[in-house]
Design a protein around this ligand. Structure first.
Ligand code: GTP
Ligand code: MG
Length: 442
């Protein structure tokens, strides 16, 4: 088909036609339902709230079961995220439910929200990596992205803690936040009303975006808009069953009365369950994918240098981005290589200069030692000469003495009378030779 013809065809208005009889594509929604049911669903809840605020109890109450629980200690050194996944089944629908506890949050000095933000990002990153794989298996991929964050507010009746505001602000662009007032049975009705208003106004004034139940679907618009006005839900959790009238209900029993979990005049538990599980679970999953994950993906890809348009706002394909990035990478590589080569040359020069300097120093040292050695040698030589001279002198004197002795002996034998005198002369001869003075001493 020629290009102009193709253009004309795509620009043509779509015409509505009536069918002559039943074709069968009206079963598409049913096919979709059947496929989803076979595939099963996953739903991931993040519980953020201080230790002992009632997170585990509320989860057990919401899903009417007993999940594994392990009390958190108050001595965790940092906030730790603990995910637990369960397979639940209701009628023929399978739900893979993951409950993630932010253990130690709000408890210690090191109580900040960073580990929570990191955990949420890691789940997005894992999904993105799966999406970017050549061979991806998103169909049976265990999606661990957090669909909702139940933020447990302590029922102080005062105002939100700054930690709550900071944490919710950090999380609101990453996850759907539903704030709930925990242990609502510990706060009076009038205080609760004021507390709710205070919380909402604080959230608004701090620009914290909490999850709004959607009002664009006619079927749920009314109930959702009514429920939006009830936020934050004030909940009570309990798995204990108490007999009220002739019925067993989940409640908390006190000396002054019974708080029924599912009684709407006692607390908002039913509202929470209705909104979270029965009406908006799919919207929470969808918002996670289309809003929060999309934002993460966009930022991440932009960070990696991918973009949809070039600086002139012209479409920029993935291939072009790849080529540009490749060129950038290669030139960067070349630059780094050149830098390293230069660095290497400089290093060699430096080492060479250092070696030369060392050689010069060694040479100087050697010359100095040589001079000392020659001086020593000269002194020793001189001493030797002196000693030799002294030895010669000694020998000469020795010979002289011996001659004298022999003459004296001869004379003695010829003139016995002169014996004593000669004897005296003989004994007056030097008796020792001093090396230091070079003379004979008596
Ligand atoms: P960690 O996991 O250790 O941080 O605690 P948690 O937040 O899971 O609290 P958990 O559900 O273990 O409850 C702690 C205590 O609070 C238990 O004694 C519960 O019975 C009690 N509790 C739970 N929910 C409520 C509630 O709605 N009202 C009141 N008054 N007490 C509650
Ligand atoms: Mg717990």
């Amino acid at each position: 088909m020629a290009a102009t013809e193709l253009e004309r065809f795509s620009n043509e208005e779509k015409r509505s036609l009536s069918l002559g009889g039943h074709v069968g594509f009206d079963s598409l929604p049913d096919q979709l339902v059947s496929k989803s049911v076979t595939q099963g669903f996953s739903f991931n809840i993040l519980c953020v709230g201080e230790t002992g605020i009632g997170k585990s109890t509320l989860m057990n109450t919401l899903f009417n079961t007993t999940f594994e629980t392990e009390e958190a200690s108050h001595y965790e050194s940092a906030v730790r995220l603990r995910p637990r996944t369960y397979d639940l089944q209701e009628s023929n629908v399978h739900l893979k439910l993951t409950i993630v506890d932010a253990v130690g949050f709000g408890d210690q000095i090191n109580k900040d929200e960073r580990p929570i933000v990191e955990y949420i990002d890691t789940q997005f990153e894992n999904y993105l990596q799966e999406e970017l794989k050549i061979r991806r298996s998103l169909f049976n991929y265990h999606d661990t992205r957090i669909h909702v964050c139940l933020y447990f507010i302590t029922p102080t009746g005062h105002s939100l803690k700054s930690l709550d505001l900071v944490t919710m602000k950090k999380l609101d662009s990453k996850v759907n936040i539903i704030p709930i007032i925990a242990k609502a049975d510990t706060i009076s009705k009038s205080e609760l009303h004021k507390f709710k208003i205070k919380i909402m106004s604080e959230l608004v004034s701090n620009g914290v975006q909490i999850y709004q139940f959607p009002t664009d679907d006619e079927a749920v618009a009314e109930i959702n808009s009514v429920m939006n006005a009830h936020l934050p839900f004030a909940v009570v959790g309990s798995t204990e069953e108490v007999k009220v009238g002739n019925k067993l209900v989940r409640a908390r029993q006190y000396p002054w009365g019974v708080v029924q979990v599912e009684n709407e005049s006692h607390c908002d538990f039913v509202k929470l369950r209705e909104m979270l599980i029965r009406v908006n679970m799919e919207d929470l999953r969808e918002q996670t994918h289309t809003r929060h994950y999309e934002l993460y993906r966009r930022c991440k890809l932009e960070e990696m240098g991918f973009k949809d348009t070039d600086p002139d706002s012209q479409p920029f394909s993935l291939q072009e981005t790849y080529e540009t990035k490749r060129k950038e990478f290669l030139s960067e590589l070349q630059r780094k290589e050149e830098e390293m080569r230069q660095m290497f040359v400089n290093k060699v020069k430096e080492t060479e200069a250092e070696l030369k300097e060392k050689e010069r120093e060694l040479h100087e040292k050697f010359e100095h030692l040589k001079r000392i050695h020659q001086e020593e040698k000269r002194k020793v030589e001189e001493k030797r000469r002196e000693l030799e001279e002294e030895m010669n002198m000694f020998n000469r004197r020795k010979v002289a003495v011996e001659t004298l002795q022999s003459q004296s002996l001869q004379a003695t034998s010829q003139q016995p009378l002169k014996k004593d005198k000669d004897k005296k002369n003989f004994f007056s001869l030097p008796s020792a030779y001093s090396i230091t003075t070079g003379r004979y001493v008596n």
